[in-house]
Ligand binder design. Structure first.
Ligand code: SF4
Length: 320
């Protein structure tokens, strides 16, 4: 799979302006590959010899993650393995043939883990209350175990740029914490490295990619649980911001990587109680009486580096 063949298969047959659709699909393909490659390089997500367990739920994000990683692997500067894993939680109506069929057709090694967490959650959570928190906790534990059994060195999740920004805002609004969703972390059991290669990718691009690639999406409402209403509202809010002020979500994501502890209020991160004026200019020192200038234009692009290509390897997808 490569950008050229992707694009060739992306233009919907019979589209009014087939050439335009092909052009747009090609642009989208390049952008996705570039952003994922850059996130991998920036955070050293994948190293030589890694076995990456891609968690596949049947939603657009995890399909796209697997799709793009398989494509990037062909020209990656380091060799690594991919194994796709789906946890079948036994929700009523879950179409259990869809993912095995898709993965077999792709020719990618995969494992389906069958665990009836649905019944457990149904039994423990009173009717009408959201089941997601317990369900996610159970799922996490199972996936960590499976990663160990499969010998996976990295666990790849399909969270994207919008998830990361929404999480930051949720933690501020409802948790009184300046805490986001990291692109790479050590799991809470201390045994695994979890990566989010879609960290720079906009959700709207994933929606378009899923449509173009015709992924066999499995609806995520099978369990009948309501989405977290606060998360839904914050997500709608950032989409509305983006509509009115294009570039705002990217700016917020960029801000998560440019933290200035001396201009926040965390006394554990900056020694406010002991600072002294030393009579010489301080790099980045405050301009106490002036308004902070806006450092970046509203639509400043992410300044990211493509995943470096191995000598002799095919070039990485370039700028649109
Ligand atoms: S929507 Fe259903 S499957 Fe998803 S986390 Fe919530 S309870 Fe679990």
């Amino acid at each position: 799979m490569n950008d050229r063949t992707d694009a060739a298969t992306l233009a919907p047959p019979g589209a009014g302006d087939e050439r335009k659709a092909r052009f747009e699909a090609n642009k989208l393909s390049k952008r996705l590959h570039r952003q994922v490659g850059q996130a991998i390089a920036d955070f050293n997500m994948i190293e030589a010899g890694d076995k990456v367990m891609v968690c596949l739920s049947g939603g657009k994000d995890s399909y796209a993650l697997l799709d793009i990683l398989l494509s990037l692997r062909q020209r990656a500067p380091v060799p690594f393995e991919i194994v796709a894993v789906n946890l079948d939680q036994k929700q009523p109506g879950f179409p259990e043939h869809v993912l095995p069929g898709y993965l077999t057709q792709l020719g990618v090694p995969f494992h389906i883990e069958n665990q009836d967490t649905y019944s457990v959650v149904k039994k423990l959570i009173p009717e009408g209350q959201t089941m997601c928190s317990l369900c996610s906790r159970l799922r996490r534990g199972i996936l960590y175990r499976v990663a160990g059994e499969l010998g996976a060195t990295k666990i790849a999740l399909g969270h994207h740029r919008d998830d990361m920004v929404v999480t930051l805002l949720m933690n501020m609004f409802f948790g009184s914490r300046l805490k986001g969703m990291p692109p790479k972390l050590v799991s809470d059991d201390g045994r695994h490295v979890v990566i989010r290669p879609l960290a720079y990718v906009a959700e709207t691009d994933l929606e378009r990619w899923a449509e173009h690639r015709r992924f066999p999406i499995i609806p995520c409402t099978l369990c009948g649980s309501q989405d977290n209403l606060q998360r839904v509202q914050v997500k709608a809010m950032i989409r509305e911001w983006e509509r009115k002020y294009p570039g705002r979500i990217d700016n917020m994501l960029t801000a998560m990587g440019k933290v200035v502890p001396s201009h926040l209020m965390d006394r554990n991160l900056f020694p406010f109680t002991t600072i002294r004026a030393e009579g010489r200019p301080v790099a980045g020192g405050d301009i106490a009486f002036d308004e902070e200038p806006c450092a970046a234009p509203a639509t400043a692009p992410l300044t990211l580096q493509p995943w470096r290509a191995a000598p002799g390897a095919a070039p990485t997808a370039t700028e649109d």
